[in-house]
Design a binder for this molecule. Sequence first.
Ligand SMILES: *[C@@H]1O[C@H](CO)[C@@H](O)[C@H](O)[C@H]1NC(C)=O
Ligand SMILES: *[C@@H]1O[C@H](CO)[C@@H](O)[C@H](O)[C@H]1NC(C)=O
Ligand SMILES: *[C@@H]1O[C@H](CO)[C@@H](O)[C@H](O)[C@H]1NC(C)=O
Ligand SMILES: *[C@@H]1O[C@H](CO)[C@@H](O)[C@H](O)[C@H]1NC(C)=O
Ligand SMILES: *[C@@H]1O[C@H](CO)[C@@H](O)[C@H](O)[C@H]1NC(C)=O
Ligand SMILES: *[C@@H]1O[C@H](CO)[C@@H](O)[C@H](O)[C@H]1NC(C)=O
Length: 439
Amino acid sequence: MKSPLWPLLSISVVLATFYRLADCYDPRDPYGNVTVVFDIHKWTDDGYLARVTIQNYQLYRHVDKLGWQLGWTWAKDEVIWSISGAYATQNGNCSSFMDEIPHSCLKSPVIRDLPDSSKENRSGDRCRGGVLSAWAVDPSESFSSFDIRVGRLEQNTRGYPPLNLTLVAPGPGYTCSPLIDTDPTISSDIGGRREVQVLRTWKSACSYSSILAKQTPVCCVSLSSFYNPKVTGCPSCSCGCKEADQKADSCISKGNHLSQSDALGNPDILRCSDHNCPVGIHWHVKNNYVDYWRVKLTVSNFNYKRNYSHWNLLVQHPGFSQNTIVYSFNSSLLPTAGLEDSVALFWGIDNYNSELQQAEKDRLGSVATDIILQKNRDAFTLKDGWAFPRKIYFNGEDCQMPLPDQFPTLPNDSSGLKASAGFCILVIASVVALLFGKV
Ligand SMILES: *[C@@H]1O[C@H](CO)[C@@H](O)[C@H](O)[C@H]1NC(C)=O
Ligand SMILES: *[C@@H]1O[C@H](CO)[C@@H](O)[C@H](O)[C@H]1NC(C)=O
Ligand SMILES: *[C@@H]1O[C@H](CO)[C@@H](O)[C@H](O)[C@H]1NC(C)=O
Ligand SMILES: *[C@@H]1O[C@H](CO)[C@@H](O)[C@H](O)[C@H]1NC(C)=O
Ligand SMILES: *[C@@H]1O[C@H](CO)[C@@H](O)[C@H](O)[C@H]1NC(C)=O
Ligand SMILES: *[C@@H]1O[C@H](CO)[C@@H](O)[C@H](O)[C@H]1NC(C)=O
């Protein structure tokens, strides 16, 4: 295939520059945002009843344990008389109220979801402790909502949208647009025969920026292949250096238990490693068949004090455009815009490996799968590190990749490794077996 490489290269340089300028733009999830909607469905004597819905439209970034926190500033002197399905973290100064005491009198309240275990005021399955699934993983668990009764509105007004919406989910990084009036939300009634619209709808979209989040990296990628005994480890100091970073000082070597004080104190204790990451991803190119190739993908947890429940892993690789069989993870292809590679999202299978367990004395926590990918003969090659992933994200966080000059390379005389039609795979397999003494 004679591909016009130069135009492509220059286009991608231009695109890359554009992406960097428009920081919020992510080609792996161009429309990703968390939408916050206030639906006013009833006027009251001094205010209104509204349902507030937080919908995670991000394809691969979820809202993890500790949950979302939504804050805003009232435009006037409003108070929250009551909330169901969530709570305000502070009630503030309500000393001017006599009979009924509002749930919160703060000018800038902060709302959190009820704890997971809370049965109180649970309607349906709306309360999950503020944890929201990524949209591509499970849309039915990607939203939460609560009802508020707002009061002390000025007479004869239809309310003012709250100002300066803030979303912490559960860390920083989100910027929310102002709440603005949009078409009223419509729902159906009487089995879909009647449409009902709310009185007024305000909407805001919150977008994530890793630059704003300023997270230290949480994961790194290591690589290996059947054709080279070299294992390319994670880049050292991927997630901070021990010398530079006091927090990383306390790590535990393999075979040692958590000490009593570690077990109680520090929030995170890691297995000692060069990379200092809590999570390591390993991509092993395992086999090269005539029509297929096989990869083993392993996710390891180096943290002694954290289980990652509902983890997900995004892998960008051109090979996913072909038929793919994934043995032990759930998976889905993501739509991409302006990316030549395909992007696959992986997550655990319920009651099997949807929880990435904490590290123990003798072993890391881990989940793994084999993946078989069909070959596109025009593209497939073992040369130039093609078989290794372009990018990997764990729970929405960019993982540190080794530099391409560190990738395991093909042995020098290896033109035969590119399995072409009519070339017998067994011959290759035995050559490899002879070279490396393993099958
Ligand atoms: C937020 O996401 C939804 C669903 O993907 C999309 O329709 C909407 O345009 C997005 N909003 C913004 C401001 O990007
Ligand atoms: C639960 O609902 C009741 C009545 O609907 C209300 O009085 C109470 O404050 C609510 N509790 C919470 C935590 O929202
Ligand atoms: C609480 O509010 C009342 C009236 O709004 C005010 O007089 C009082 O000083 C406030 N108390 C505090 C501690 O801010
Ligand atoms: C909203 O945020 C802007 C910028 O941070 C600030 O200037 C403004 O005073 C805030 N408005 C309110 C009502 O808090
Ligand atoms: C992680 O899961 C294991 C097994 O379910 C449990 O014993 C352990 O306490 C959990 N660790 C944390 C930090 O929640
Ligand atoms: C894969 O994920 C989907 C959506 O979350 C779920 O319905 C399905 O049961 C999962 N499959 C397995 C094998 O867990």
